[in-house]
Write a protein that binds this ligand. Structure first.
Ligand code: GDP
Ligand code: MG
Length: 310
């Protein structure tokens, strides 16, 4: 039509899916420029799906960061994987993430679990792109065999190597993703909206992130965090104070001793780490008080899951 711009606006939902630890949450944070999804070197850091909205000229991309795809037992784990699989059915396009890197002798080994995850992507029947993350760790010549190996698994619309950590090639990834979204009359969400995560929920997640980073063995998986107080009475434009009270729920008394630590040292570290992150996020000072309680087998109980907003 005369006078009409050649390319229309594009908008839609993209699921970021993949095996645990491939860098899904790091990518979402990189795209948004904010720490909305917690990250740790441990698998199963992300328990819920997180919406993050990216605006660029001519397009709006609404991402869902999801828990890692793995086969599993236990109510919480099952719930996490189901969340990721359900998201595949609800989006316009899928970004399947894997890690760059080759095994001994430059061989590319694609494990059984990854193949299963790709089958789930295929079943969804949506346009799917392959993102090969962590290219900062992979010397250039090793990227090609990785791309070749994954090419055979599915008819990916594109294959894009990038690094969520350094940001290398992330803009290219976004550009390509936007091209695969449906045309739209305008954005789906108001341009100032970054995420669906309420500050209160982010506060709980920041505490859980510190637990993931600072404690070992089973503690991170045995913990849930609830924010019971989020008092903004003294919050001011560009400053003031937010008072946050959070409870760390654990499954056993022995875990409680570990999380509190000698003379309360561990709990103090967790609190300081979370508070510093929250002060950056909220743009105000934060008073964070943490308590620890034992709630046997909370992770197995559906009621608990619902109460914790999972
Ligand atoms: P998720 O489970 O897929 O959400 O993975 P996370 O985002 O929690 O990241 C898992 C680990 O991989 C963390 O220790 C990240 O710092 C690390 N990581 C993520 N992206 C990159 C990357 O581009 N390069 C490198 N070297 N490490 C990364
Ligand atoms: Mg994650």
């Amino acid at each position: 039509m005369p006078g009409k711009p050649h390319t229309r606006f594009r908008a839609g939902f993209v699921a970021i899916v993949g095996r645990p630890n491939v860098g899904k949450s790091t990518l979402l944070n990189r795209i948004l420029g904010e720490h909305v999804a917690i990250v740790s070197p441990r698998p199963q850091t992300t328990r819920n799906r997180i919406l993050g909205i990216h605006n660029r000229p001519g397009a709006q991309v609404a991402f869902f960061d999801t828990p890692g795809l793995h086969r599993t037992k236990g109510a919480l784990n099952r719930h996490m994987v189901e969340t990721a699989l359900r998201t595949l059915g609800e989006v316009d396009a899928i970004l399947f993430l894997v890690e760059a890197g080759t095994g001994p002798g430059g061989r590319v080994e694609i494990g059984e679990a990854t193949r299963w995850a790709v089958e789930e992507v295929k079943r969804a029947g949506k346009p799917a792109l392959l993102g090969v993350n962590k290219m900062d760790r992979a010397p250039r010549p090793t990227l090609l065999p990785v791309l070749d190996a994954y090419k055979g698994l599915h008819e990916w619309r594109e294959l894009v190597p990038f690094s969520a950590l350094t940001g290398e090639n992330v803009d290219r990834l976004l550009e390509v993703l936007a091209e695969h979204l449906p045309q739209a009359d305008g954005p789906l969400f108001p341009p100032e909206m970054l995420t669906d995560q309420a500050e209160r929920q982010l506060a709980a997640e920041y505490v859980r992130e510190q637990l993931m980073l600072r404690t070992r063995q089973e503690i991170p998986y045995a913990a849930a965090v609830e924010v019971e107080e989020f008092d903004e009475g003294e919050r001011r434009d560009g400053g003031g104070l937010v008072r946050i009270g959070a409870v760390i729920c654990l499954e056993r008394e022995s875990q409680k001793a570990i999380v509190i630590g000698k003379g309360g040292a561990m709990l103090k570290q967790i609190g300081t780490g979370a508070r510093q992150g929250l002060e950056r996020l909220l743009g105000s000072r934060v008073f964070l008080s943490l308590t620890v309680k034992v709630d046997e087998r909370w992770s197995e109980r559906e009621a608990s899951l619902r109460r914790l907003g999972l």
